[in-house]
Design a protein around this ligand. Structure first.
Ligand code: 13P
Length: 355
């Protein structure tokens, strides 16, 4: 099958050397939970101000190749009156959009979920493309449980939906980010996560092949291979890195230009260390190995911001610092010493402080 050159270029640009993705596509309900947990009221204006604070961080384009938005944000304007999506594009950051309609209980598979949103997707993609989006994201989730979850049925249903979504994206000129997330919930061993993730990735690439998706024009967004969050005695950074690279080597074709990991609830520094360790491993790594973090990129900045205009510059410094560290990790050049260094130079210069 021929490649689709515009899509290939966009996919490669998003993960150009040292660049990754900021996932800022929390739904209104998810971002509301994160804001209210910090005693910040969640209004449309607050959510807009929060996203503008992130997007207008100085020098962001050195570390961030793409930002994933969601439906509310893609229609909002910055405080200077230009659409937020244009603010990003004007800074050389490629805008993308979350297009799944969330996960819903999968009939006939108790305790499991399927990501929905295929109905009417072609028209929605067309509209998002007109609004300026250049890539899209669809997230499926898989739960590990001792009684046999995930089932083959759940893996198949979600892999099939991911492939239909990806094919539609490419038809509409958008790069699909294919996100099969094996959740960290539970007390399972690292080996179990490796086995399940391998089965999921294999099923996803089988379906992508059958759906005639061009691998060169997509990005994969998987979980890293870790033990469950509730497991006593966590794995070392090296063990996580080795298992993650092993799973990718076995199940991800080299034609895929980039693998951008989700953070999945990992501590921000640990997510940086894991990414760095994966990139520092010897052995063939035919894809760019980078990040598409939500919480691990935003948590420190959100903690500092707390909804206050006077905290914008300090929050931007926290965000800049984490993006700088993750960018170094995407090149295998991160070191713990970087944690003590400051973010961008200076708060009282002429930096634009949005309100
Ligand atoms: P986390 O990095 O917080 O897991 O979010 C990434 C994401 O986009 C989940 O869909």
């Amino acid at each position: 099958m021929p490649t689709m050159s515009g899509l290939d270029e966009t996919a490669r640009a998003i993960v150009a050397d040292g660049k990754g993705i900021l996932a800022a596509d929390e739904t209104v309900s998810t971002i509301t939970k994160r804001l209210t947990a910090r005693a910040i009221e969640s209004t449309a204006e607050r959510r807009r101000a929060y996203r503008e604070m992130l997007f207008s961080t100085p020098d962001l384009a050195a570390f961030i190749g793409g930002v994933i938005l969601q439906d509310e944000t893609i229609r909002q304007d910055s405080s200077t009156g230009i659409p937020l999506i244009e603010l990003l594009a004007g800074r050389g950051i490629i805008p993308g959009i979350k297009v799944d309609a969330g996960v819903h209980p999968l009939a006939g598979a108790p305790g499991e979920f399927v990501a929905e949103g295929l109905d009417g997707l072609r028209g929605r993609l067309e509209e998002y493309r007109e609004l300026g989006a250049r890539f899209a994201k669809w997230r499926a989730v898989f739960i590990i449980r001792d009684d046999g979850l995930p089932t083959a049925k759940c893996i198949h249903a979600n892999a099939h939906a991911l492939a239909r979504y990806a094919a539609l994206c490419q038809e509409q000129g958008l790069v699909p980010i294919v996100e099969p997330e094996v959740l960290m919930e539970g007390a399972h061993a690292l080996e179990r996560c490796e086995d399940v993730t391998g089965r999921v990735l294999q099923a996803v690439f089988n379906e992508l092949f059958d759906a005639r998706v061009s691998l060169e024009g997509m990005l994969l967004k998987p979980n890293m291979i870790t033990p469950g969050q509730g497991r006593a005695g966590q794995a070392s950074v090296q063990e996580v890195a080795e298992a993650t690279l092993r799973a990718l080597t076995r199940h991800v074709p080299p034609a895929v230009p980039g693998v951008v990991f989700l953070s999945g609830g990992q501590d921000p520094v640990l997510a940086t260390q894991h990414l760095n360790a994966i990139n520092a491993l010897d052995g063939p790594k035919p894809w760019k190995l980078s990040f598409s973090y939500g919480r691990a990129l935003q948590d420190e900045a959100l903690e500092v911001w707390r909804g206050r205009r006077e905290h914008v510059l300090a929050a931007q410094q926290a965000f800049h610092h984490r993006a700088w560290c993750d960018s170094a990790a995407a090149l295998g050049r991160y070191s713990g010493d970087m944690e003590g260094e400051a973010g961008f130079a200076h708060p009282d210069s002429t930096l634009h402080a949005p309100h």
